[in-house]
Design a protein around this ligand. Structure first.
Ligand code: HEM
Length: 464
C-alpha cells in the first residue's frame, strides 16, 4: 500500500480524520529496547513487525523513535513522498561536527545531496575498477600471503578488513594505507557507535585510544589532500579517481566542497566500504563453508573462472551464478544495514499512522528479508532463489541489502564486483574449513552487524 505525505487516511477539513493508534513498546527504564536491539537487531525488527505491524514506537537509551518496517517502508523510501518526508541529516551531524566539517554525502538531503553524489558518482562507480580486475586479484593474493598462513586459524573479519582497505585504497584513492587500518577501524567504530547509531555513550570519545587513532586518520587525510592537490593540474579529467574528483570539486566549486569537508570526504571510502565489505565477505566465508554442496559448486565455478590465469571482465557475475547466489543469499540473511535511520522532515501519515515532524525513525528495510510471504523457507540458505524463474528478490520492496531511496549505496556495483572477485579468489586459492563442522556463527552488532571478531577459519592448504 503506497504511503504518502498527505496520507490516504488524512482527509480534507470537511471529512473526519481516520488515523490508527500507533502501538508502543514498553521497554526497560532508560534502556528502552536497547537490549533486544543489541542482541540481534534484524530479528528484533522482524518480531516488532510481526507483533505490532508496520509502525511502532519504541525508545532507546532515553530517546524516542518510530520504527517503520516491511515492504511498505522499503517501497516508501524510494517514492517522491518518502524523499520529501525523510531526511538523513541528524544522524550524521555528530560525525560532521567531529571532523569540523559542514556536511557529508550521507548526511545531506535534497539538492546539496544530489550535488555531492554527482561529484562522487564516477569515482565510486564500477567504471573505476574497469580494466583493473587482475590488479584486485593480485592485491587479494598478496593479502592471502600476508594474513592467511597455511596451518593457521585466521580471524576472518580482521583479515578481510586489511584486504578491503588494501583494495579500496589502491583502486579508489591510488594508495593502500595499510599502516592506518587499525586507526581507521578504531575511529570508524567509535564514531559509528557513539555519534551515528548512538548505541554507545559519549564518554568513549574521550578515550586516548580513540583520540590517537582519529589524529592518525586526520594525518592520513591531510596527506591525501597534499597528494591530490599536487596531482590536480597534471591529471586529465578522464583519468581522475575519486580523490581527484573531490579535489577538483574543491578547487573549482569550493561552495560544494569547502576545505573543511575534505578530510571527511576523502576518507569516506573507508567509512563506507571497510566494515560493510569486510563483514559481508566474512559472512560469505562462513555460509559457503557451512554448506559443503554450495562449496563444491563454487569450487567448480571458480576453477573454471581462473583456468586461464587471467580474468575476463565482461559479465563476471553472470559467469559465477552459484557464488553470486551465495553472496546474495548471505546479504539477505546477514544484512549489514538492518535499518536506515532518518528524521521526519514534516508531519506525515504512513500506513494510517501519524508521524510528526522531527521524530526520529528507523526504517526497517531488511524485515522482508526474513518473511516467508516473500521467501519460501526464509531460514534456509538457498542459493538458487535468485535465478529465473524464481527470482524471489525481484518482488517490490523485499530485498534491500544496499538500502533504498536517495541514499542507496553509491558503491553498490563496485562492491558487487569487489565482493565477487574476493570470494572467487578466496575459494580458488585457499583450502579452508570451519573450526568444527558443526560450528555456528556468532555475530556482533556494533557498529555494523556481522560475524563476531573471533570467527576463525583454518587454512588447511593451498588449492592452487
Ligand atoms: C557489502 C557491501 C556494502 C553494503 C551492503 C553497503 C550498503 C550501503 C547502504 C545500506 C547504504 C545506505 C545507507 C543509508 O541509506 O543511510 C550505503 C551507502 C553508501 N555506500 Fe555502501 N555498502 C557496501 C559497500 C560500499 C562500498 C565498497 C562503497 C565504496 C567504497 C560504498 C559506498 C557508499 C556510499 C558513498 C554511500 C552513501 C550514499 C549516499 O549517502 O548518498 N558502499 N551503502
Amino acid at each position: 500500500m503506497p504511503a504518502s505525505c498527505q496520507g490516504r487516511n488524512v482527509t480534507t477539513a470537511t471529512q473526519t480524520l481516520e488515523l490508527r493508534e500507533t502501538p508502543a513498546i514498553r521497554g526497560l527504564p532508560y534502556l528502552g529496547s536497547a537490549l533486544g536491539m543489541a542482541k540481534d537487531p534484524a530479528q528484533f525488527f522482524v518480531q516488532c513487525y510481526r507483533k505490532y505491524g508496520p509502525v511502532v514506537r519504541l525508545s532507546m537509551l532515553g530517546k524516542p523513535y518510530v520504527l517503520i518496517a516491511g515492504v511498505e517502508a522499503a517501497t516508501f523510501m524510494g517514492t517522491r513522498e518518502g524523499k520529501d518526508c525523510l531526511r538523513s541529516k541528524e544522524f550524521w551531524s555528530g560525525l560532521v561536527a567531529e571532523y569540523g566539517a559542514t556536511r557529508t554525502l550521507t548526511g545531506e538531503d535534497g539538492e546539496t545531496h544530489k550535488q555531492l553524489r554527482d561529484v562522487m558518482r564516477s569515482g565510486y562507480s564500477k567504471e573505476s575498477i574497469k580494466g583493473r580486475y587482475n590488479e584486485i586479484v593480485d592485491i587479494t593474493d598478496r593479502s592471502f600471503e600476508r594474513d592467511w598462513p597455511i596451518g593457521s586459524m585466521v580471524p576472518v573479519v580482521q583479515a578481510m578488513q586489511y584486504m578491503v582497505t588494501d583494495q579500496l585504497g589502491t583502486i579508489l584513492t591510488g594508495a593502500a594505507p595499510l599502516e592506518y587500518v587499525q586507526d581507521i577501524r578504531i575511529t570508524i567504530l567509535h564514531i559509528l557507535n557513539v555519534l551515528v547509531t548512538r548505541q554507545r555513550p559519549k564518554f568513549l570519545l574521550k578515550r586516548p585510544v580513540y583520540k590517537k587513532a582519529k589524529a592518525r586518520v586526520v594525518e592520513l587525510g591531510e596527506q591525501m589532500i597534499k597528494d591530490a592537490r599536487a596531482r590536480y593540474d597534471k591529471t586529465a579529467p578522464e583519468d581522475r579517481n575519486l580523490i581527484d574528483d573531490i579535489m577538483a570539486a574543491h578547487i573549482e566549486h569550493p561552495d560544494v566542497m569547502p576545505a573543511s569537508d575534505l578530510i571527511v570526504s576523502l576518507t569516506g571510502p573507508y567509512v563506507a566500504g571497510l566494515d560493510t565489505v569486510a563483514n559481508t565477505t566474512a559472512a560469505i566465508t562462513y555460509t559457503v563453508l557451512k554448506h559443503p554442496d554450495v562449496l563444491r559448486r563454487v569450487h567448480e565455478e571458480v576453477d573454471a573462472l581462473f583456468a586461464d590465469g587471467t580474468i575476463e571482465e565482461a559479465d563476471l557475475l553472470k559467469r559465477i551464478p552459484s557464488l553470486q547466489g551465495a553472496i546474495m543469499e548471505t546479504m539477505r540473511l546477514y544484512p549489514i544495514a538492518v535499518a536506515q535511520m532518518r528524521t521526519a522532515t514534516r508531519d506525515f501519515v504512513f500506513e494510517g499512522h501519524q508521524i510528526r515532524e522531527g521524530e526520529m525513525l528507523y526504517v526497517g528495510t531488511s524485515v522482508p528479508h526474513f518473511m516467508s510471504e516473500y521467501w519460501p523457507h526464509p531460514e534456509k540458505f538457498d542459493i538458487d532463489r535468485y535465478a529465473k524463474p524464481r527470482a524471489e528478490h525481484l518482488k517490490p520492496g523485499v530485498y534491500s541489502p544496499f538500502g533504498r531511496g536517495p541514499h542507496t549505496c553509491l558503491g553498490k556495483s563496485l562492491a558487487e564486483v569487489q565482493i565477487a572477485l574476493t570470494m572467487a579468489r578466496l575459494f580458488y586459492k585457499l583450502d579452508l574449513e570451519l573450526e568444527t563442522p558443526d560450528y555456528t556463527l556468532k555475530t556482533k552488532t556494533a557498529p555494523t552487524p556481522g560475524p563476531a571478531m573471533d570467527f576463525k577459519v583454518r587454512v588447511k592448504g593451498l588449492r592452487h
